[in-house]
Design a protein around this ligand. Structure first.
Ligand code: UDP
Length: 246
């Protein structure tokens, strides 16, 4: 049987993945689907740090457009990620996957505060660590939280779940001959404004610290496991792509 390419991954799941067929909020079925995919890789022995977004409930930028002070709106967005974290924790535990939720905004009644060394210990003990509230500060998004946490928790890769199964040379929805890049260098991503993998600040942080980013589609069941097992899906963004894929 193929063995996993990574020992410890940071999985960044956008809030949209929890929408299912809704336009807003949390679909318990979609949450369970994401949880099942996480269980798949947990069962392979991969250590998982999960960073969940909040876009299915609230984004700071939209709040600001509606007249709310940007920092306040961002804190509201961070609270949205806590709701998503609890939903995923519930689903994972129903699948008998042990978890700990930690939040960058302290809320001891529902989640542990984020403490790096405790998070590392949970991973060593075989628990999926769910990180809520991003970085805990406004004016950034959960992508930046994902990059930061991947670095400080010594993950091998940031697995960024998106709606498209990787990065293409042109929009695959509009062009039938669009080609998916198997690998890309950070510089290529940062230079090309048509390529949006993560926020630029998160990408720059990954590039500076040589943290690879795997872009893949989570909406197809089984994709996360395939990506972890090194099957040819998604796009792998790194500094030294040749050696990583060798
Ligand atoms: N947010 C923030 N600081 C962080 C992480 C998130 O202020 O470190 C706020 C920000 O307003 C953001 C919202 O929380 O729009 C929800 O996160 P995000 O937009 O990253 O969610 P996703 O797009 O991944 O669902």
């Amino acid at each position: 049987m193929a063995s996993p390419r990574f020992k410890r991954v940071l999985l960044k799941v956008g809030g949209e993945s929890l929408l299912g067929d809704r336009e807003y909020g949390i679909s318990p079925m979609a949450v369970m689907d994401v949880a099942k995919q996480i269980k798949d890789i947990y069962d392979l022995g991969v250590q998982v740090v999960l960073v969940i977004g909040g876009g299915n409930i609230f984004r700071g930028i939209s709040g600001e457009k509606g007249g709310i002070d940007r920092a306040t709106a961002d804190y509201m967005g961070m609270l949205a990620t806590v709701m998503n974290a609890l939903a995923l924790q519930d689903a994972l535990e129903k699948l008998s996957v042990p978890t700990r939720a930690q939040s960058a905004l302290t809320m001891p009644a529902v989640a542990e505060p984020f403490v790096r060394r405790r998070a590392l210990r949970h991973l060593e003990k075989g628990r999926v660590v769910i990180l809520a509230a991003g970085t805990g500060v406004p004016y950034v998004t959960t992508d930046t939280g994902a990059a930061l946490h991947a670095l400080e928790l010594h993950c091998d890769v940031v697995m960024k779940a998106t709606k498209v199964d990787g990065v293409y040379d042109k929009n695959p929805a509009k062009h039938k001959d669009a080609k998916r890049f198997k690998t890309l260098k950070f510089m290529d991503v940062l230079k090309d404004e048509n390529i949006a993998v993560m926020d630029n600040s998160a990408m720059a942080m990954c590039m500076e610290n040589k943290m690879p980013v795997m872009v893949f589609e989570l909406f197809k069941s089984g994709n996360l496991k395939k990506a972890v097992l090194g099957e040819d899906i998604g796009t792998y963004v790194a500094t030294d792509v040749e050696s990583v894929l060798a």
